[in-house]
Design a protein around this ligand. Structure first.
Ligand SMILES: O=C(O)CCC(=O)C(=O)O
Length: 303
């Protein structure tokens, strides 16, 4: 029998993938330490530092992600860590997902040797297959509550075995967006655990924020603009293999229109007076809006 596959476990382990890129790994640590000396966790450092960006877009990492999914990766977010996070188990797709679901992953890179004392990444092998987080999001009532979600995950996992990614500098762990993972407890509080994780979408889908998308509806909070770290340019959304058009109905509610749907109604600008100040208000031209709503209702009813 061969080694367990990404499809079964939800992870792809690449020992030594970046061992020879030691100058870059050290550079990312130095970037974190000098630019953000008081922050243990840095979100989107790639925007300020070319070394963080270079690691997020390293050809060996992009190839490893592409070989798992058979599609081009779109790096879109980085997190840099100085210490173990001790983060409770969760799946990334509460924060970001594709439509259809699951075309999202992370690549976590050890910037130093990491053992059990430093709070390595841990995960529940195979948990991506259960789709627990997507179902939790779909069935929630009201707004997403992270504490409620983390409790539900902990109960769901119970005392099932967790795997730990103790690592040498340059080792890379890729995990599926639905895999339950977090940071093991930090045993030595003085320890560092230098690491960078980059999140990737795969090319050819629409990209959304599930926890901000309305539950029980086919509207989404669409990530727009979504910037590809490789190019620094916004990425288009695709649905059924064709460019998706967006009908923005409210701040956190956008309908993704398919190729066969009518175009979104054009907002007409009208002026209103509020407390003496002139304010511009976007208003949908009503007949076009009503026709599109009827069309979408019909589409939903037909499944
Ligand atoms: O590095 C860790 O401890 C966990 C990181 C993590 O959970 C994430 O990036 O989603």
């Amino acid at each position: 029998m061969g080694s367990p596959s990404f499809a079964d476990t939800g992870v792809a382990i690449h020992r030594g993938l970046l061992t020879t890129a030691v100058t870059l790994l050290d550079g990312v640590r130095a970037a974190h330490d000098t630019r953000w000396p008081t922050q243990d966790r840095v979100l989107d450092g790639w925007r300020r530092d070319p070394r963080v960006r270079a690691l997020a877009t390293h050809p060996a990492v992009l190839d490893a992600v592409e070989s798992v999914y058979g599609r081009s990766p779109i790096p879109f977010q980085t997190l840099n860590f100085r210490r173990g996070t001790g983060q409770p188990l969760h799946a990334d797709l509460i924060h970001f997902d594709s439509v259809p679901t699951g075309w999202v992953c992370a690549a976590w890179v050890a910037l130093e040797d990491i053992d059990d004392d430093q709070g390595p990444v841990e995960y529940v092998p195979g948990s991506h297959l259960e789709d627990f987080s997507r179902v939790h999001l779909a069935e929630r009532t009201g707004r997403f509550d992270n504490a409620v979600y983390e409790d539900a995950v902990a109960r769901h996992v119970g005392d099932r075995p967790r795997a730990r990614f103790t690592a040498s500098a340059g080792d890379v762990l890729i995990w599926h967006g639905a895999l339950l993972h977090g940071g093991a407890p930090v045993v030595d509080p003085a320890s560092t655990r230098w690491s960078q994780v980059t999140h990737y979408f795969l090319d050819g889908f629409a990209y959304v924020t599930p926890q901000r998308s309305p539950a029980g509806s086919d509207d989404f909070f669409v990530r727009d603009p979504l910037v590809d770290i490789s190019t620094g340019r916004p990425v288009g959304h695709t649905l059924d293999g064709a460019p998706a058009r967006l009908w923005r109905r409210a701040h956190d509610r956008t309908t993704l229109l398919r190729a066969a749907d009518p175009p979104p109604p054009v907002p007409a600008r009208v002026a209103s007076t509020v407390r003496g100040a002139r304010r511009r208000v976007a208003w949908w031209t009503e007949p076009a809006r009503d026709a599109l709503r009827d069309h979408l209702r019909g589409r939903r009813a037909r499944g």
